[in-house]
Design a protein around this ligand. Structure first.
Ligand code: 26M
Length: 799
């Protein structure tokens, strides 16, 4: 499959055809929305042939398919992504310009598909891109949330949330499949008839499919992202309506639809919510039913299912897939219990994304029994089989809870962590006992990012420089970036590299000026921390360092300070009180510090509202310094860290997650390391009063804490931050106080390094050159080789 050439003139005509026949508008009345939809539909047309061809080839190969089950797909916008993969990016821009339209404005009209919280959801989106680029037959399965992640704005510095409404407009990329639907049962009870269990459900909703084609690089392959929407089984109740009871008439529909109504906005576990459990079972059951139907319709014998089906669980959220598959094999296909469990396990693999104990999913057993009575019984059978096989002490059902991590582990043939360090810690901590019960089951697959979105399309100036330096075949073979290394000695190359960075900094400045009326100093270092707000990610430590720096600049204004803009971005879970206080404090500090004429030249704090994927695409290419400062042992991998390094921003960071591997690749001399190691963190927690001691040992930190606690940044409410500060001094579970001095000192090393322009640019260029390994193509090749055993069906790529 190769891409047929389309001229800008032909493509203009295709856009106009959609404007007229799909949007029903003529050119003189078309809005930017109409142009955006017409452009999207014209692009989508070109995805259909590669998509059909891939489906046909998969069917003919009679081989294995991958099913990636994820509660979240954090996609962002798709116009540029699709255009780039089709090789139509330049054509699309020219075609729209010829029609008198501003291409950038049309692209920016597309709302982000924000069907995810953060790293886990964005990883799923990168994986879909790589699965298609590598030509691996795959389906992504998830939920078509009516409302994606909430929108954030600030009122007097405090986070406020409003509903996100991406589906208020038509979604251009999907194909509705009303004929593809499955009943999903909840509640009721289980009856036994002659040794056979029969689940009499209390309530049934329908899962209805919406398909989005996902085209890979150069349109060589396209897979399907199938998202499920919940609908009612009962038709509209005309009797109630005729009686005038309009509410009752539409009640069943409204009730059913709540299941796919909204994405839960927590990126750790929000425990015990019945609707969340229903969401998990809803999309998992629909997906399992769908893949079984596909398998059986192709004439498959279910005993051979593992040769044709590889199911990957993106964290424990779809862990009910194990019991669901076992249930269907036993209750509907006559399998014996042990045969059903063995078959299901051979299909399933589980990816762990966190070690935080509070983030491991557990369900109250009584709630679980109420919602999924048959599955509770199946889990007892799974647990009994596990104990019989291993003599293990580990239980799935314990202390009145259903432990989803243990369930996912026991029902998976492989369990993987997402960075080298994380996978080792999975073996040593959360799953130590299960690791010894099932040696060899835990493996590592270090995360990656798609270079199509995260370099090629978000960073045109650097893309062009790379193309002219090493050629144009790097986007699906990112290790080729290594070829840039030799040029990192060449001053002419470094000048161009710096010019690309400067162009991106200007683009960001213009965007911020237009959006928020904020001006940035283009000569300042852009120091960026963007990610969900969480105590373990330590945005608070970054802010404390900023205040300490402010103090020192004020005291010694002529010491030749390196100008900095500290940029923060990210949302807090609406119920996460401490994270919201941290946001408020950053905004309060920004107000005071940005207004200080004595430091204005050297220090500015910026926190744009509503950070999302599209904002990341503007911020990352413009970044000079990447902040990856989590408490060692807490960030499973990180993927933002990879995006920054790829776009030429050196990291200041701890030995945590994939930072360790990034540092190995770029070289210790091109990475600003500080802080305790994971082992030292564990040891320090055993020291009594470690936080108080750290504060006493650091006058610089003690002063900052006094200022914050004393109301220097909250003159309207002087006690606003006393709880936050006292929490640090008395608990500080994430060791902000212990790492503070090391962090502050390393930031001053960064100041010095940044002052030597050419040496800095060289460091930045070596970061870009040496992180090709972090392509999600490499990650997906690893999953395909070690876990799924699926070959590529693109002839040129056989893996
Ligand atoms: C669970 C239950 C109820 C509501 C929400 C959740 C939930 C949702 C998302 C829990 C965790 C969620 O995401 C966790 C996450 O994003 N983890 C990140 O995964 C990335 C990809 O592997 C890693 O790079 C990050 O280090 C890790 O924090």
């Amino acid at each position: 499959m190769s891409i047929p050439y389309v001229s800008p003139q032909e493509f203009s005509a295709e856009i106009l055809r959609h404007l007229k026949h799909s949007l029903g508008k003529d050119e003189s009345h078309a809005s930017v929305y109409d142009w955006r939809m017409s452009l999207s539909l014209a692009l989508r047309d070109h995805v259909v042939d590669p998509w059909f061809a891939s489906t046909r080839r998969t069917y003919e190969a009679r081989g294995k398919r991958v099913y990636y089950l994820s509660m979240e797909f954090l996609i962002g916008r798709l116009i540029e992504d699709v255009a780039v993969n089709l090789g139509l990016d330049a054509v699309a821009e020219e075609a729209l310009s010829a029609l008198g339209q501003d291409y950038a404005a049309v692209v920016a009209n597309e709302p982000d598909a924000a069907l995810g919280n953060g790293g886990l959801g964005r990883l799923a989106a990168c994986f879909m891109d790589s699965l298609s680029t590598l030509g691996i037959p795959a389906y992504g399965y998830g939920i078509r949330y009516e409302h994606g992640l909430f929108e954030q704005h600030f009122e007097d510095g405090a986070q406020m949330e409003t509903a996100e409404t991406w589906l208020a407009q038509r979604h251009a990329w999907e194909f509705e499949r009303p004929e593809v639907s499955y009943p999903i049962n909840f509640g009721g009870h289980v009856e036994e008839h002659e040794g056979k269990a029969v689940w009499r459900a209390g309530e049934t909703v329908v899962a209805s499919a919406y398909d989005t084609p996902v085209v890979g690089w150069q349109a060589q392959w396209a897979n399907t992202l199938r998202l499920w929407a919940a609908k009612s089984t009962t038709a509209f109740d005309l009797d109630s309506f005729n009686r005038g009871d309009y509410m009752a008439a539409s009640a069943p529909e409204a009730l059913a639809r709540t299941i796919s109504r909204v994405l839960y906005p927590d990126d750790t576990t929000d425990t015990g919510k019945e609707l969340r459990l229903k969401q998990e079972y809803f999309f998992t059951s629909a997906s399992i039913q769908d893949l079984l139907r596909r398998f059986l319709s192709e004439g498959g014998d279910l005993r051979a299912l593992p040769d044709f089906v590889a199911i990957q669980l993106n964290d424990t959220h779809p862990a009910i897939a194990g019991p669901e598959l076992v249930r269907l094999l036993i209750d509907e296909h006559g399998f014996e219990v042990s045969q059903a469990i063995t078959t299901a396990r051979s299909c399933l693999a589980y990816t762990n994304h966190t070690l935080l104990p509070e983030a491991l999913e557990r369900w109250p057993e009584d709630l679980f029994i109420r919602v999924l009575p048959r599955h509770h019984r199946i889990i007892q059978l799974i647990e009994a089989a596990h104990i019989a096989a291993t003599g293990s002490d580990i239980r799935i059902l314990e202390h009145g809870e259903v432990k989803m991590g243990e369930l996912a582990f026991i029902m998976a043939h492989h369990v993987n962590g997402v960075s080298a360090l994380h996978s080792e810690l999975v073996k040593e901590t959360v799953f130590a006992d299960l690791h010894s019960d099932y040696p060899g089951r835990i493996i590592n697959q270090t995360n990656g990012i798609t270079p199509r979105r995260w370099l090629y399309s978000c960073n045109p100036p650097l893309r062009e420089l790379i193309n002219e330096t090493i050629g144009t075949t790097w986007p699906d073979d990112l290790q080729q970036l290594d070829g840039l290394s030799v040029h990192a000695k060449d001053p002419a190359f470094l000048d161009k590299f710096q010019a690309a960075k400067d162009a991106n900094k200007t683009r960001l400045s213009n965007w911020l000026q237009a959006r928020d009326g904020v001006s940035l100093n283009p000569d300042a270092m852009f120091d960026v921390q963007i990610k969900r707000i969480h105590e373990y990610k330590r945005q608070l430590m970054n802010l404390l360092e900023t205040v300490a720096l402010w103090n020192e600049i004020r005291e010694n204004p002529n010491a030749g300070w390196t100008p900095r803009v500290k940029i923060f971005g990210g949302k807090a879970a609406p119920g996460y009180v401490v994270a919201k206080q941290i946001i408020h404090l950053i905004n309060d500090a920004a107000k005071v510090i940005n207004a200080d004429p004595a430091t204005r030249e050297y220090l500015q704090i910026v926190y744009p509202e509503n950070y999302n994927v599209s904002m990341a695409e503007i911020l990352i290419p413009a970044t000079d310094l990447s902040e990856q400062i989590s408490t060692a042992g807490k960030e499973a991998s990180g993927t933002g860290n990879m995006k920054f390094a790829l776009n030429g921003a050196p990291t200041i960071g701890t030995l945590d997650g994939a930072n360790v591997e990034i540092r190995d690749c770029v070289g210790a001399e091109n990475f600003f390391l500080f802080g305790l190691t994971a082992a030292e963190v564990t040891a320090r927690r055993a020291v009594p009063e470690y936080a108080r001691r750290a504060v006493e040992a650091s006058p610089r930190l003690a002063r900052v804490l006094q200022q914050i606690e004393g109301g220097v940044f909250s003159s309207d409410d002087k006690t606003r931050y006393s709880g936050l500060v006292q929490g640090l001094i008395n608990h500080d579970y994430f060791l902000v106080t212990c790492d503070f001095d090391s962090y502050f000192g390393t930031q001053r090393d960064v100041d010095k390094a940044f002052a030597d322009k050419q040496a800095w640019t060289r460091m930045a260029a070596l970061n870009t050159a040496r992180v090709g390994w972090f392509s999600s193509d490499r990650t997906i090749s690893g999953y395909a080789r070690d876990i799924w055993k699926t070959p590529s069906l693109i002839s040129a790529r056989g893996s």
